[in-house]
Design a protein around this ligand. Structure first.
Ligand code: 0X9
Ligand code: CA
Ligand code: CA
Ligand code: CA
Ligand code: ZN
Length: 310
């Protein structure tokens, strides 16, 4: 688990317990389900938050995913913070209640549970990024849109950005793909907006990642402008830097490209605190968790509101 000085971070077991507590305390607002299993057989829990939560209502759906990359533990705390804000905050905050009543919010706090557990299973942090298949895959290079197309991933099984042998070869990416596909009802994708949380660099990123061009097949000028406008509006609230993801560096097989190209989901990556650093940037002290998760409250609210615009 986490060392004593970082005990406020949640291990996999503690994350599962936290979701159980949220459901127990708010049975009318939260239900837990499963997206599937990791390579080592761990469950990948999904929490849904809404009014009349056991019913599939005709409300815009929004997805938050965290911890694709094992060592990016602050992102799990971000997803758990969203869980708490939209459950515990329901009774006292009318703005929260309005969003819970008019949206269906899906939260996956640990997309990569095996990697996350592995990263904290030694005497010191392991600096692990990928999943825990026998040949580990970088999950954020394993998505199926333009997989491996453009030099934005590695075909070398030893590389930290190894894309895997085929698109969606990793159980974790195929689980989130299947969950997302399952939200297509009567031919219409119900999820309209998504944030995949990472660390670090304090960035708001939008697709495409595989090309440096702004427009490309499936991305019109108007659509690009909506990404840029929404991304900049969110970044104005948290002080992050907004940019197209390929302005940082080109990636192929990343989650945002697939979510947008396959499902027209307004899909962003947030790179959380800190702004810069070396390997220690992945391990901010647990004292910063409250500040650095609440820092994204307004941005999350903006995305939820934007999710209701067609
Ligand atoms: O490389 C990644 O997967 C993300 N950065 S991280 O340091 N958390 O690994 C960034 C993905 C965003 N996409 C592009 N930069 N194209
Ligand atoms: Ca501490
Ligand atoms: Ca509802
Ligand atoms: Ca619905
Ligand atoms: Zn990452």
């Amino acid at each position: 688990g986490f060392p004593p000085q970082d005990r406020d971070y949640h291990t996999y077991t503690e994350m599962v317990a936290e979701l159980g507590t949220a459901v127990a305390e708010h049975p009318g607002l939260a239900v837990q389900s499963s997206a599937g299993s990791s390579a080592m057989g761990r469950d990948i829990p999904v929490l849904k938050i809404s009014d009349n939560v056991t019913a599939d209502e005709n409300e815009p759906e929004v997805l938050f995913t965290c911890n694709q990359h094992a060592r990016e533990h602050l992102t799990t705390e971000m997803c758990l913070h969203i869980v708490q804000r939209y459950t515990d905050g329901y009774a006292s905050d009318p703005a929260i209640a309005e969003m819970v009543d008019t949206r269906e919010i899906w939260i996956v706090p640990m997309v990569n549970p095996d990697g996350s557990v592995h990263d904290v299973s030694g005497v010191t942090y392991r600096g692990w990024r990928r999943n825990r298949e026998s040949t580990p895959t970088d999950l954020n290079r394993n998505w199926g849109h333009k997989w491996g197309c453009c030099g934005g991933s590695s075909g070398d099984p030893n590389a930290s950005t190894y894309r895997g042998p085929a698109p969606f070869s990793a159980p974790e990416t195929s689980a989130i793909r299947d969950f997302t596909d399952s939200r297509v009802i009567d031919g219409e994708q119900q999820i309209t907006a998504h944030i995949d949380f990472h660390t670090f660099s304090e960035l708001v990123l939008w697709p495409y990642g595989y090309t440096e061009n702004n427009t490309a097949p499936g991305m019109t000028r108007e659509e690009y402008d909506r990404f840029a406008r929404t991304g900049r509006a969110m970044a104005a609230t948290n002080g992050y830097t907004p940019q197209q993801s390929s302005d940082l560096y080109v990636t192929d097989g990343s989650v945002n490209d697939w979510m947008w190209a396959e499902h027209d989901i307004l899909s962003f990556t947030f790179e959380m605190y800190p702004a810069s650093g070396g390997i220690e940037g992945f391990y901010p002290p647990d004292e910063v968790i409250p500040r650095e998760t609440a820092r994204n409250d307004a941005a999350v609210s903006i995305l939820l509101r934007e999710a209701g615009r067609v």
